[in-house]
Write a protein that binds this ligand. Sequence first.
Ligand code: GAP
Length: 512
Amino acid sequence: MAVNDDKLKKVIAHAKEYGFIFPSSEIYDGLSATYDYGQNGVELKNNIKQYWWYSMVHLHENIMGLDSAIFMHPTTWKASGHVDAFNDPLIDNKDSKKRYRADVLIEEHIEKIRGKISKEVGKAAKRFGESFDEAQFISTNPRVVKYHEDIKAIELRFKNSMEANDLEEVRQIIIDLEIADPISGTKNWTDVRQFNLMFSTELGSVSGESSKIYLRPETAQGTYVNFLNVMKSGRMKPPFGIGQIGKAFRNEIIARQFIFRMREFEQMEMQFFVPPGEEMKWYEYWKEQRLNWHKALGFNPERYRVHDHVKLAHYANAACDIEFDFPMGFKELEGIHSRTDFDLKQHEEFSKKKLQYFDPEINESYVPYVIETSIGLDRMFLAVISSAFKEETLEDGSSRKVMSIPPALAPYKVAVMPLTKKDGLPEKARAIIDDLKFDFSCQYDEKDTIGKRYRRQDAIGTPYSVTVDHQSLEDNTVTIRDRDTMEQERVAISDLHEIIEKKVSLKSLLQA
Ligand code: GAP
């Protein structure tokens, strides 16, 4: 844990030093859980968005895009259930005066038990060597079997208590599991209370209940209320989807862990409308598609796992999270939910408008079922930078910090550097940039030694650095250095475009 804490701290420090992420309004000492994306951060963020948008919207004939407003008619949130039920169960420790999400305390306890299982498996694998049969060990070792039973029992008890809205029982689970506050170390807990997560504000200048509006806590509802508009104007029929990228706001009480849990964040969501009865097929389809989208980035596949929900939201008939191994451990990165016809039906009821598709083949109208894929852009950003960040010791004993960002997502694709600031080398370098900049994001850098300049580009994840030297003036060749291998090659300037394109194109990522 200490090692991972240390990793997160290093990633945060690096992100600030190299212009990826700054604490918001820092000159006023910042605003908790709010961050700004700097000059390199905004490029990386835009590239992640583009990867998602192309993969989901452009590469699917039956998925359309949408950009709906953050403010919506307040009845939207009544219909969606957010006004009444978008709550977190909170508990305070009386000694540390710190507030926690009761469900998170319980989940973390379960995670500790899972850790014990992994330890047992690891020890046994060492003991038995090549003959080790992991599946058999897990199903027969008494200690491991007991741990699994404990996890199941806790999950079931928690699910039942939440479904019954029995907050006394939620507290009792925390007491029975002897969960202690990580700060005070005591088990001196208050009652559990529900806390609504939506931010509200007033519309216009008159305050009062009637003019109270909310900042959307998800983009999904903007999609549901536009379902008919898009279907009709886009001449779509189920199965079809609507994708949307946009800001969402939640008054998270416990907003920690850098950009993992923020109060203002961005979502990339897609709602896929299908004929009733086909939802499970499409749920499985999107689960696989989304996992492939993540794995195409080339990070260690073991950093992903799928967690099927035990406790389903009242409107869902299946749901899972794609979890990622963040520096803080495995946590939710993306959710895939089979939301039935709940949302559209609720909006039908509250708006008194029909939100249905008339199917001429069966001569009937129906409310489509919805499969949703929902990923936090900021969490994806954290997944990318925390996987990409490396500190390496080089053969000559020196060290470097490198961001091995997948080239298609890297803020800059190529840096062009004149070896010296004179003899026409800067002009030659600028001419190369002038040629490349319409296709690739380029940086020009002439300051400091070439070694320092390479390090700077490594630190922001630029896949290629091109150096212009005196030979370039004679034969129109340059050296091109690879960020990851640090190998340099002399190539013709006229070949640069093709070499860079091969490595950094979004196309190759999308075709993976
Ligand atoms: N429309 C469904 C929905 O909003 P969710 O599981 O509450 O589902 C979806 O959120 C995704 O949004 C999460 O998987 C996570 O990546 C991201 N997310 C949720 N709350 C967040 C927060 N406070 N800060 C950053 N990302 C968040």
